[in-house]
Structures are given as structure tokens and as C-alpha cells.
Design a protein around this ligand. Structure first.
Ligand code: ATP
Length: 244
């Protein structure tokens, strides 16, 4: 009998993780292959950020395992980042006093990607390259945060609310670019996103978290067709999967 090899570049296997010994996320599993986008959805406090922090080694696991690029993830966050596992945090991580170009140069020193190719993905940043980041709009700052992460040439990119504070129109512009980059660079992406429909529009798979537990999981296409069920899971109107 032949078995299908596991081609996941990120595997999260039955993790429980939290703060001060109290679990915030329980029995969470997910896997993402190269070029795939997983949308991680859920209301405030559901455990999305906690899951991302655990996946990059920034929070110790209470149980379970995370494997990325063939190796178990441990607490050496810098090393994990150098191996190509990159988190774009929800506080954006851009230096406000520096110009766009200087922000990108700093990021390139860490990773070595091409600034020109980043400008090709985000032509607006080329126009703004001399502008101080503190004077960019929210959407432009998010673009820069994503561009900086791409310069580290990640194989696994975890994005915490890229669209925080952005208008749906700005998000509509940004997310398809992310899809195109994931396709081009065969990057595995975990995307935490509040705009459910926009996220399901570009993702391959999705997980809805509620109160730290998986409430719903499926292909993004399937969940787009079951939009009411997604909403029920999001607002805790259906049981957690591990309880059913
Ligand atoms: P949001 O959409 O509001 O960012 P989230 O889904 O990312 O929410 P988390 O930030 O992962 O949720 O939080 C999950 C739970 O863990 C919440 O109950 C939160 O209060 C708790 N929590 C988060 N950070 C800490 C911390 N540093 N110490 C203690 N509890 C925390």
C-alpha cells in the first residue's frame, strides 16, 4: 500500500497553549502546504494571535507539536525567523521615523530579498520611497509591513490582522496581492483576518476559532458556500468540533 507523503511546510498538531498555565487555545491542529493560504478567523479573544505566536515559537506549548520546514519549532524565535518562518505582527513593525526605502533596506539586511521585486508587487511604495513612514496612511503602512516581511524571503508567513483599521476597499486591494505572491513564491501563509468574506475569497482553507477551540474547518470554497454556518461558528452558536 502506498501512503501519500505529507507535503505540509507547517504542521500544527493538537497544540494547547496559553498564558501563566491557563490555556487560551486548546487542541488546535492545522497544516499548510507551500503556496497555500489558511485563513484563521474568529472574534476578539478567540485565540488567533496566541496560535500564531505558538507557531513561531514565541509562546511555549502546553502540549502538542509544531513542525515547520521539516523541523520541530522551539523557542528560538530569531533562529526560526532565519529559517524562513516569519510573523507580521498586528502592530505593523515599521520604523516611523525612517523613510520607506530605509525601512526596506533594514529588512533586506535580515533576509536578502530584492527591493525591486517588492516595489514591483507594491508600485505605490516605489512612489513613496522617500516618505517618512509616520506620514503614510494605514493601508500604506500595512503594505510596507508586508513588503518588509517578504524581503526576509519567508517560506512560511504568518500575518496577524494585516487589515487592522483599514477600509474594506484597502483590504480588497491588499489581499489579492498576497494571493499572487503566495502563488509566485510558493509561500505558505496563515492569515488572521477580520474581513471574513475577503479572507475566504483568497484563502484555500479556513479555520474558525471560538473561545480558543476550533469551531469550524474546511476548504475556503466550501465555507464560502456555507456562509451562515461560518457566522454561527464565529459567534459560538454551534458546538466546538472537538466536542461533537
Ligand atoms: P483579537 O482579535 O482581539 O486580537 P485573538 O483571537 O487574537 O483576539 P488572543 O490575543 O490570542 O485572541 O487571546 C486569546 C485569549 O488569551 C484571550 O482571552 C486573551 O485575553 C488572552 N490573552 C492574550 N494575551 C494574553 C497575555 N499576555 N496574558 C494573559 N492572557 C492573554
Amino acid at each position: 500500500m502506498t501512503t501519500t507523503p505529507d507535503t505540509s511546510v507547517l504542521s500544527i498538531d493538537d497544540i494547547t497553549v496559553g498564558y501563566g498555565g491557563v490555556p487560551a487555545v486548546r487542541n488546535f491542529s492545522a497544516s499548510v502546504r507551500a503556496g497555500e493560504i489558511l485563513a484563521l478567523l474568529g472574534p476578539n479573544g478567540a485565540g488567533k494571535t496566541t496560535t500564531l505566536l505558538a507557531a513561531v515559537g514565541a509562546l511555549p506549548l502546553m502540549s502538542g507539536t509544531v513542525t515547520a520546514l521539516g523541523e520541530p519549532i522551539d523557542g528560538r524565535v530569531e533562529r526560526n525567523a532565519r529559517r524562513g518562518i516569519t510573523l507580521v505582527p498586528d502592530n505593523r513593525g515599521v520604523f516611523h521615523r525612517l523613510s520607506v526605502a530605509d525601512n526596506l533596506r533594514l529588512a533586506k539586511r535580515k533576509g536578502g530579498g530584492s527591493i525591486d521585486s517588492v516595489y514591483d508587487h507594491f508600485p505605490r511604495l516605489r512612489d513613496l520611497r522617500s516618505r517618512r513612514c509616520g506620514n503614510l496612511s494605514g493601508g500604506e503602512q500595512q503594505m510596507l509591513a508586508l513588503a518588509k516581511a517578504l524581503l526576509t524571503r519567508p517560506s512560511v508567513l504568518l500575518i496577524d490582522e494585516l487589515s487592522l483599521g483599514l477600509s474594506p476597499i484597502a483590504v480588497q486591494d491588499l489581499l489579492p496581492r498576497l494571493r499572487a505572491i503566495a502563488d509566485d513564491q510558493q509561500m505558505a501563509v496563515v492569515l488572521v483576518e477580520q474581513h471574513i468574506d475577503l479572507a475566504l475569497g483568497i484563502a484555500d482553507t479556513a479555520i474558525v476559532l471560538h473561545h480558543g477551540r476550533v469551531a469550524l474547518t474546511g476548504s475556503a470554497r466550501e465555507l464560502r458556500d456555507r456562509r451562515d454556518t461560518v457566522e454561527d461558528a464565529y459567534f459560538g452558536r454551534i458546538g466546538h468540533l472537538s466536542e461533537s
